[in-house]
Write a protein that binds this ligand. Sequence first.
Ligand SMILES: [Zn+2]
Ligand SMILES: [Zn+2]
Length: 314
Amino acid sequence: MDNSHSSVETVVKHQAPVLFFVLFFMIQATVFTVFTVPFSWELVLVAVVSYFVRMFGITAAYHRYFSHSSFKTSRVFQFVLAWIGSMSMQKGVLWWAAHHRNHHKYSDTEKDIHSPSRKGFWYSHMFWFLRDEYNDYETKLIPDFYKYPELRWIDRNHWIPPLTFAIGLYLAGGWGWLVYGYAVATFFLGHATWTINSLSHVYGSTRFESRDTSKNNLFLALLTMGEGWHNNHHYYCSSANQGFYWYEVDLSYYILKALSWVGIVWDLKKPPVKVLDEGLRRDAEKKAALSAAKNLSKPRKIKTAPSRTVVTSS
Ligand SMILES: [Zn+2]
Ligand SMILES: [Zn+2]
């Protein structure tokens, strides 16, 4: 963590193209346009819907489908998923998935592109993708999707879906919808997504021995529609559900499950029973160790002999 400052400095001074860096912060600053619009609950609703639709595009599409192939769908819906994911303005689908596959391959080693324990919190959160050397990606990392010309097209033109979305919002509801539905929602959507690279490798509990710093975190799971079960995910990454048990909320998976009932997606991969049993066993061991430690730390009652009352006769 100590080297985060120097890592950021290196990026800013030597690696990131200055124009892109300035542009990134100018786009981030558009969140302040919120002060130009009178508050209303209708606008908050617009922001919330815009946030969750596009979060689904990141978690279910960019992550679970394109990075991990955790379920199957038609070629048409595959393109729809790529479009919804691209609307979140987090670069192209093939770029995203290829870099993410590298993250799993080298998780928390020197080669990990966004490890908070190696390169610092802010670097893992958002400075890594400003680096010049990560503008491109190795196509050999994603041959299964690179073969589709329409995906290569949307990957190259990843600015089209967010731009059309922004224009659509403006046409539907004017400046207020654009500000809340785009500027505000995109700001929170970006930072919430990036917490999975930063906070999810720092705060939370560790169930599985995943040989990295990934954690399970309910708060982040709620914020990111299930991505917060990151330790589960790093241990068994090809599963369509990242919340492995009924009590681990995973909104993206519930939507995928519903889509499977109407035949839009299918073959949703699940973690094997062996993995689920191992998780339950480790939870039980942890619980037992915790209660044993609690009992040890409790102050013990020391039995003392009842005091005798001495009666003296005067
Ligand atoms: Zn991770
Ligand atoms: Zn992943």
